[in-house]
Design a binder for this molecule. Structure first.
Ligand SMILES: [Zn+2]
Length: 450
């Protein structure tokens, strides 16, 4: 029943489609989707009317630029009255089978509805990504994402089954039993986790005297955080587990839309034909043409969605795009995350991106774990030293903590041109089992739970 295992693509036609042909296909689907959205959602209809756009005038990819953006907060706020989905409901509830929450690093989760077709589209996109990462139907994959309303665990795990892999839904915790289970499984084992949970398990294995390399897990499908881009992070996971780690990038709103192929050339876009990705300038909001090296914010428009289609949803993710050909033959653009534009802050005129901080900290392991968070006590302008909490490795004696903190402070000052007030926290406090928040704006009442 399964096509040959060594074929390079899950969906060859769409993944290698010449761009011009893909644009045509996507433009046709866009036309239909916009007509549907206008017909089924009074909220979108009003937005279109206010912008003076008739849905039948949206004929082409480029016409998207005439439509207003959708902000996640508008959708979330519309759910505050207790309605299941709020203004973004385009299908009747008897067709809605599942609700997924955004794994928000900011605010309350947005509830997103899915029909049976929506679930299939989500899984198809995920399967394309996973296949590129090396997942095959003969793999046995342990899913250690948290089983919650967030997309990673249940809905993300679906993509493995859709691809045909054997999955063991395990969720988080009970690590001794997990290690025991893995130790008793044969075959090609894969791990589906957040990067920071893969690292957390390294620590747990250490404490319990388990040799992870002996468990035979060979493939890691890591998602939910930008961790693998941090120098040294991938190597640490690969060395500790004796496995190959690949990066899978997704958002609850559109699914696991991007992933690395074997050439590790950035993240390939796998939403072709299902979601249109635009690049915009986050300040002027103008569309930026995708070309090698272009930097901008990703904006998503669903073109194959029934329950809650999204029209020009702003992601606030700043990415750098690559369009030079990849040896794997896929024709979609690739990108690397530069920052969440929301997480960027300015200290005395210097733009600070959390990923930059993370890179510097990665270079100071193993005395610190590399996990961190930043706390901004007072509203901008930030003319004070932001608090930087770093996890001190448990091997570091108490007497040496002060010198480690001083070293962190110097390294940040030297590399990023701002000076933080560095605080120690115990190993294991910061990393979480879904998206780890890095920046806390205490002046907005947002503080770590511990
Ligand atoms: Zn490639």
């Amino acid at each position: 029943m399964w096509p040959e295992m060594d074929r390079p693509y899950w969906n060859e036609e769409i993944e290698t489609m010449p761009l011009e042909k893909l644009r045509k296909l996507e433009s046709e689907r866009l036309q239909k989707q916009m007509a549907y959205v206008y017909r089924t959602s009074p909220w979108y209809a009003e937005k279109f009317d206010q912008a003076g756009v008739r849905p039948d005038s949206i004929r082409d990819y480029k016409d998207l630029a005439r439509l207003p953006f959708t902000n996640k907060t508008d959708l979330t706020r519309s759910q505050d009255d207790g309605s299941l989905v709020g203004v973004n409901q385009c299908a009747p509830q008897d067709d809605i089978l599942r609700i997924v929450g955004t794994g928000g690093t900011t605010g309350r989760p947005l509830r997103l509805p899915f029909t049976a077709n929506d679930i299939t589209v989500y899984a198809e996109q995920g399967a394309r990504s996973l296949w590129a990462m090396g997942c095959r139907p003969t793999d046995t994959v342990i899913n250690v994402f948290n089983y919650s309303i967030y997309a990673g665990g249940v809905t993300g795990g679906n993509s493995f089954e859709y691809l045909g892999a054997t999955t063991l839904p395990y969720s988080v915790g009970q690590t001794a039993r997990l290690f025991d289970l893995l130790g008793h499984l044969q075959g090609t084992l894969g791990l589906y986790a957040t990067p920071s949970y893969a690292v957390r398990l390294l620590d747990r294995a250490d404490e319990e005297g388990v040799d992870l390399r002996a468990l035979g897990v060979k493939k890691a499908f890591l998602s939910g955080e930008a961790g693998l881009q941090i120098p040294g992070y991938r190597e640490r996971i690969e060395d500790g587990w004796g496995m190959q780690a690949r990066d899978l990038y997704g958002a609850a709103e559109v699914g696991a839309h991007s992933a690395e192929c074997e050439h590790l050339n950035g993240l390939h876009w796998f939403g072709s034909g299902l979601v249109i990705a635009e690049l915009i300038d986050p300040q002027s909001l103008d569309v930026i043409e995708m070309h090698e090296g272009a930097v901008g914010e990703l904006v998503f428009t669903s073109i194959q969605r029934e329950a809650g289609p999204l029209v020009r949803l702003r992601t606030h993710d700043l990415v750098e795009v690559f369009t030079d050909p990849c040896p794997c033959g896929r024709t979609s653009f690739r990108f690397l995350t530069r920052a969440r534009s929301d997480d960027m802050f300015v200290v005395k005129g210097i733009n600070v991106y959390p990923l930059g901080v993370q890179s510097v900290l990665a270079g100071l392991r193993p005395r610190i774990t590399g996990e961190y968070r930043i706390i901004l006590r007072a509203a901008p302008p930030i003319d004070y030293e932001p608090e930087l909490h770093v996890e001190i490795s448990r091997e570091v004696p108490e007497a040496e903590v002060a010198s480690v903190l001083a070293e962190v402070r110097e390294a940040i000052r030297g590399r990023l041109s701002f000076t933080p007030e560095v605080h120690p926290v115990a190993q294991g406090v910061i990393a979480s089992d879904h998206k780890t928040r890095r920046v806390y704006r205490a002046y907005d009442g947002i503080l770590p739970a511990d």
